[in-house]
Structure formats: C-alpha cells, structure tokens
Design a protein around this ligand. Structure first.
Ligand SMILES: NC(=O)c1ccc[n+]([C@@H]2O[C@H](COP(=O)([O-])OP(=O)(O)OC[C@H]3O[C@@H](n4cnc5c(N)ncnc54)[C@H](OP(=O)(O)O)[C@@H]3O)[C@@H](O)[C@H]2O)c1
Length: 520
C-alpha cells in the first residue's frame, strides 16, 4: 500500500536526508526539478515547443524547485518565462542557490507586483508550471497570490503543479482561500494526503511521484497514518479452492427494508451474492412481501404481516442468527420508534454475528436509545457524511472539511471498523493507520449505491475477513465496480443496478484478470 504523507512527515524525511544521510538540500532540489522536467517532456513534450513556458514561483522551496525547472528547460532551448510572486529578498537557502543559478545561467526572473495579466500575460503560453506553494502553505491565500492563481485558472493552458496545486493543503486537501486547478501534479518521494482528499483530489489532476533519492521505506519520527489501498494490494485475497462448496463462503442475513424501501433490501442481498458469499437470507417485515421480487438465489424470511419492524419480530429472527456468519442491518429499515425498539432488542441478543451497520441503523443509533453496540464484536459501520454528522452531533460540512478528523472521532466512539463514505472514502479502526480509496466517481452518488457497499462488506465478513479488512477491501471493490459501471453507462445515468452488475468484474480487476470481451 502507498503511504500518504502530511507536510510534517515529509519535512522529517527531507531533514533526515540532508542532515543524517548528507545529501545537500540543493542537490535534492536539483533532482526534484529535473524529475519534474522529465515528466513534463513525457506528457507535454510536443506542446512545449509551440510557445512560452511560464514558471510561476513562490519564495519558498517550492519556488526553488521552480527555479531548477526554469533553468533546465531554458538550457534545453525552450522559451521560458520565470515569474516570482513575493519579495525576492525572502528567497533563502536552497531556493536562493537555484535562484542565483538561474540568473547566473542567463535567465531572468520577473518579480510580479500587479498580476500576470498586466505584467506577464500568459494567454500565449503553451504550458504553465505552478511552483508557488507546496507543503509549506501556511495560511489562507490572498492578495497578489490569489490574483495570480485566479489568472492561471482563467487561462486555457495546461497547468502542471509542483508537489501540490498551490493553495491546496497537503494535509487535508482543503482549499486555503484559493487554489490552482492543475492538469497534472508531480510530487516527490510519496503522495501527500491532499492529493487524495477532496477537493485536493480534483484539483491535483493526475499525480505522479518522482524519486528524489529518499531511502526506500524510510519514515522518521512518525510512521504513516494513512495508506492508499489499490487493486494490486488485494491480489490473491479472494482465491477459491478447487474443492470449495458454498458453505466455505459464508451465509449472510440481510435485515433490511420496510414499506416503500424494499429496493434497499433487494440491492444489499444481491450484492452479498455478487461479492461471493455462499448464501444470503433476506429478512424483512412480511407485509412488504408484495413490494419486492428478490433474485432467485436469495432465501427469504418474511416476518409477520406488518409493513415495518417491531420488537416482537425478534422471536422469529433469533433462530436464524446462529446459522449465519454475518448480518447486514439497516438499509431501508425505517426510522420510526418501533423500528428503534426492534434494533434495541436485536443488539441485546447474545452472541451476535459479525455485522455491518448501515443507513437507518446508524441514524437510529445517533438518535439515542439503549443500543448495546458496545456488546458487538466484529462490526463495520458505514456512515455517509450526513450520518457521520448525526453520530458526532456535528454538521455535514464540518465532517467534509476535516474527513480524517471525523473518521478518527468515529473510530474513537464506535466498536469496530468505520467506512466514512463519500468522495475519497476513508476506512479506519481505533489504533490502526487508516485507509483511503482512490477509486469511485460522482456517478456513485445515486440511490442504492450504499446498500451495495453494505452487502459487499457483509459478504467479505461472512467469508471470514476481520472487520477492517472486509471494510477496506469492500470499499475498494465498490469503487472499482462504480468505475466499471461509469465506463459502461456514463456517470450521469448510471444506477445502483449498473454498479451491482459490475461487482464481479471488479473482482476480476483485483485478481489481475481480464474482463471477458475486453482486450488489453
Ligand atoms: N530539497 C528539496 O528539493 C525539497 C525538499 C523539500 C521540499 N521541497 C519543495 O519545497 C516545498 C516545501 O518548501 P517550503 O517548506 O519552503 O514551503 P513552500 O511550499 O515553498 O511555501 C513556503 C513559502 O510560501 C510562503 N507562504 C506560505 N503560505 C502562504 C500564503 N498563504 N500566502 C503567501 N505566502 C505564503 C511562505 O512565506 P512566509 O515565510 O511568509 O510564510 C514561504 O515563502 C515542497 O512542497 C517541495 O516542492 C524541495
């Protein structure tokens, strides 16, 4: 898994390389700048000869990388304009070395005082390199810096950011007042958290890592606390032995649905099977039987003849639980008082199987009541930002503005793994580094998408995976299935049923197998 670093962890690595390993900072900076140039040539080589290249520099080390890039490109014969935003007297240390090297090589550095449009129009540029701020962004961007960023964003020219799109926090992905929207970002040694946390993920464009000689596997003072889970990390995780039978892959009870919301139960139960569980039983209020047509593979346990849940239904459900390997509780459950009482009774049962708590179950937990969730081992909680806000007595905006913090608060309060859904899904469990999912797309913000995730995670729990593994792998499979569905149907019109149909292909992708009918 790729570690994602914050500014402080990255600064510790840089310092160690300079002070302990003994590579001068100016040498690291030269390597970094040359690495960016190599990427520029690879991606924009043909375009770069067609016009000016503007390298926009700040006064810190990010600007220092910019001076290297400008000098190397100039020496290659490209038409380069270097512009500095900020007082040149503030350029110090390694950045000063490369400021001077650029000047001594015959380069010129234009110190902007009014803005790009009046002093250095970039409409005729072929490419803009953004080296204003990297990991050293320390406060809200305003004044001349903000004006230049706006002007860069208004120019229809490809923009490549050095390390971070200027204005995006490398720690949170949040925009500090203003931020460059980059087509590509070239970063050093490791991804930064802000490349994968929104809105940073959207503003970074495609992100590439350049090796600047930092020792492989070196982390100083603090180990990484966030990792990117990728398909290759799951390779081999879902192998089925030749002599398998369905009992090897678990039996999941999906306790879901109520009048008008039986589709949630249908999707969750179908996802359980698509994610490889051996058996699934859908448990629902019997009065809703006419509202649903489960796939033929789904066993059913309609209880009573009411349209919603009540505590008396526990008696009929109880004998099933010792026979299942996992339960999914919550999709379409309903939020009325009787359903809350049903959930209280359910959680009070002895020997509860590994469980996924989703959707209405989470809202009911947040509403108070005597929910003995602390009695449950092996649980996965799957809040979306609104549900997370209810659980934390916070607001959706607060959760979204500090998703990692919200995740840590949730894992501190809930006895199990937490999937904080939304763009850049995060997975955590108390005391362990967290996981981020880099897959998925806006088309997945559609009715029923979360029910599928609950079903997938339920299936992985029933196959014997511990909660954190089931949650992480399930979230990645869900994101990949969403991407495959978007490829087939487009993000506008794709539905949860499209994602459901793509779950088997997502497993093929993580196993490194071709999707039938597709050629490499
Ligand atoms: N040796 C290397 O090759 C090497 C090693 C590590 C990093 N780097 C590069 O250097 C970067 C980190 O360098 P750095 O720590 O010097 O930080 P930086 O990202 O260059 O930013 C710090 C500079 O930006 C200014 N600044 C920060 N926030 C601002 C704001 N909101 N408005 C206006 N000015 C602001 C600071 O001025 P004030 O002083 O006024 O706050 C300072 O001049 C990395 O992202 C990477 O690109 C290179």
């Amino acid at each position: 898994m790729e570690p994602l670093l914050d500014a402080s962890r990255m600064q510790n690595l840089d310092r160690y390389m300079i002070e302990v390993v003994g590579i001068p900072g100016a040498v690291l900076m030269e390597t970094a700048g040359r690495g960016v140039v190599a990427r520029l040539l690879e991606r924009y080589g043909a375009l770069m000869g067609t016009g000016r290249i503007l390298v926009l520099c700040g006064t810190g080390n990010n600007g220092g990388d910019g001076f290297v890039i400008a000098r190397v490109l100039m020496n290659m014969g490209f038409d380069v304009t270097t512009a500095l935003v900020g007082d040149s007297e503030r350029v110090k240390g390694d950045a000063r070395v490369h400021f001077d090297a650029l000047m001594n090589s015959g380069g010129d550095i234009l110190a902007l005082t009014k803005g790009l449009s009046s002093e250095c129009p970039c409409g005729d540029c072929a490419l803009i390199v953004d080296a204003l701020f990297g990991t050293g962004l320390a406060r809200e961007v305003e004044g001349l810096h903000a004006k230049c960023i706006d002007e860069v964003n208004d120019t229809p020219v490809p923009v490549v950011s050095v390390d971070m799109p200027s204005g995006v926090s490398s720690d949170t992905g949040q925009v500090m007042g203003r931020a460059v929207s980059a087509d590509m970002t070239v970063t050093f040694a490791h991804f930064k958290k802000g490349h994968f946390l929104y809105p940073g993920r959207a503003l970074s464009g495609e992100v590439f890592i350049v090796d600047i000689g930092i020792l492989p596997g070196l982390f100083v003072k603090e180990e990484p606390d966030l990792f990117l889970l990728e398909p290759a990390d799951l390779e081999g995780a879902f192998l089925r032995g030749e002599d398998s039978h369905k009992g090897h892959f678990g039996h999941v009870a999906v306790i879901a649905g109520s009048t008008g919301k039986m589709g949630a139960a249908h999707l969750a139960a179908a996802a359980v099977l698509k994610a490889g569980a051996g058996l699934v039983t859908a448990v629902y209020p019997g009065g809703c039987a006419a509202q649903v047509n489960f796939p033929p593979e789904v066993m059913t346990l309609p209880i009573g003849d009411e349209l919603r849940w009540s505590a008396e239904m526990i008696g009929k459900l109880k004998p099933l639980l010792p026979n299942v390997d996992a339960v999914v509780v919550g999709p379409g459950l309903g939020l009325d008082e009787e359903t809350g009482e049903f959930l209280e009774e359910l959680l009070a049962l002895d020997e509860f199987p590994p469980a996924v708590f989703d959707a209405d179950a989470l809202t009911l937990f947040a509403g108070g009541g005597k929910f003995l969730i602390e009695n449950i081992d092996n649980a996965v909680f799957t809040p979306h930002p609104g549900e997370a806000a209810r659980l934390l007595k916070s607001t959706g905006d607060s959760v979204q503005n500090a998703r990692e913090t919200a995740l840590h608060e949730l894992t501190g309060n809930l006895p199990g793994a937490v999937i904080l859904k939304g763009a850049s899904t995060l997975i955590g469990i108390k005391g362990e580094p967290s996981i981020i999912i880099g897959r998925g797309n806006p088309g997945m913000a559609t009715a029923g998408s979360g029910d599928l995730l609950a079903g997938i995670v339920g299936a992985l729990l029933s196959r014997g995976n511990p909660p954190f593994h089931a949650a992480s792998a399930g979230a990645l499979i869900h994101g990949i299935a969403g991407d495959i569905a978007a490829g087939l149907s487009g993000v506008e019109g794709m539905t949860a049923s499209d994602i459901l149909g793509s779950i088997p292909k997502a497993f093929l992708e993580v196993e490194g197998l071709n999707i039938p009918g597709e050629v490499d």
